[in-house]
Every structure is written in C-alpha cells, then in structure tokens.
Design a protein around this ligand. Structure first.
Ligand SMILES: [Fe+2]
Length: 234
C-alpha cells in the first residue's frame, strides 16, 4: 500500500519548541536535533476513536450540573477546515477552560479564586458533515501563572482535535478579541507570524449571538497550509 505522509506546517506559522520568555519551553524543548519518523500505516490510519460515548450535554458546559454556572454565557462555534478549505467532518473536538473567576477544577491550580460547583470546564463535540461544531459555555477568566513577575494569561479556551490518527492530534488555544493581556503573554507571542497569531483570536459574531441569552463567537480551525491555525508543539 502506498503511504501518503501528512504535510508539515509552513515556517513561522507555528511556535518554536524553545521560546525563552515562555519558561516551561526551556525545560521541555528538545536539545538534540529531531529525528523525523516516517509516517507508516499505523500513524496514518489509527487509532479510530469511537463516537458513541458523546452525550447530549457534552457540548454544553452550562448544563453538566444541577444548577447553572456563574459568569457570562457564550456560544463558541465554527468549522474545522483542511488546507483547501474543505470541511473536516466527524472529527472529535475537546475543550477545557477555567471558570468565570479564572480557576481550573484541577489539583494543580492554586489560584485563590473560587471554584464553581456548577462548572467542570470540560466539553467535547463532533463536527457535523459541514465541519461545523458548537459549544455553549461561560467566558473563562484571566489567571495568574508564575512564568515571570506579574504574569497573567489572557482568557482562553484550550482546544484539542483528534483527526483519524495519532499523527493528526492537534492542540491549541482560542482567545477573545481585544484582550489587553495579549502583548504581555509569551505563549501568544511565541508564534512568530502576527497574522498566524490573530488566527487564534475568535471573532465576535452577532449572527451566532442569541438574543436575551448569550454572546456568540466564531472560531474556525484550519489544519494545514498557509492559513493554518497555530498549534502547540508542532
Ligand atoms: Fe489555560
């Protein structure tokens, strides 16, 4: 069988492994030249993730508990596209985020902000036949981290996309327009190309906004090519 490997990303559109202002990369960036493994049948085709376990409230993070979470209810919707602008259907998207106060429900998060008993902060969805996905959630808060003096992350939602195989898993972060913390954030700034950086910022969209209920944002994810979304560790 002829194996067609996945294409690599264009220069400058992706963050480097080592970006010194982002301190964790100093510890984890490879110190030896990378050995590119050939894509064989197992990287190209497997594993296949079952879709049966997604439940009705998985893409609505405001309905996973007895009550509603506190915060600003939002809708985040968009399409997953390949480098030719074609939709990528039936791909699994997972998200995770802080609550409205900027706190993760995670044992490593010691930010002195309240947990919300009605918010876990994790969801997932499959794209439909048009590559479309939709989440209902609350707007996450900014949070401090100890990367440098007075370091705060801009509000963001983590995204993971599972394609059909291990080699196609992609992880990135979605930001909100106009955040004053962009210019201080080494994770955002680690993407060399300014235009690529802006592709991580969702757009406010009145058509997605539901009257009397929730603000809407559009966030398209392009997997490869000149318009590719910047991903982590690519
Ligand atoms: Fe985060």
């Amino acid at each position: 069988m002829k194996i067609t490997p996945y294409r690599r990303h264009p220069e400058q559109s992706q963050p480097p492994y080592l970006y010194e202002p982002y301190c964790a990369t100093v510890l984890r960036a490879p110190r030896q030249p990378l050995i590119l493994l050939p894509h064989t049948l197992s990287e190209i085709t497997g594993p296949v993730y079952g879709h049966s376990k997604i439940t009705e409230t998985d893409n609505d993070l405001t309905r996973q508990h007895a009550g509603e979470p506190l915060g600003e209810r939002i809708i985040v919707s968009g399409r997953v596209l390949d480098d030719n602008g074609r939709p990528v259907p039936h791909t699994l998207i997972e998200i995770w985020q802080t609550n409205a106060a900027g706190r993760y429900r995670h044992s490593h998060d010691d930010h002195p902000a309240p947990l919300d008993p009605n918010f876990t902060g994790a969801g997932r969805a499959l794209t439909d036949e048009n590559g479309q996905y939709r989440f209902v959630t609350i707007k996450p808060g900014a949070y401090p981290w100890q990367n440098h003096q007075n370091a705060w992350r801009p509000a963001h939602i983590h995204f993971s996309l599972f394609g059909p195989a291990f080699a196609t898993r992609l992880v990135t972060q979605m930001y909100f327009p106009g955040d004053p913390l962009f210019s201080y954030d080494p994770i955002f700034q680690s993407i060399p190309d300014e235009r690529a950086r802006q592709r991580l910022v969702a757009q406010f969209d009145l058509a997605t906004t539901k009257p009397e209920w929730a603000l809407g944002y559009q966030f398209n994810i392009v997997l490869r090519g000149r318009e590719a979304t910047p991903f982590e560790g690519k």
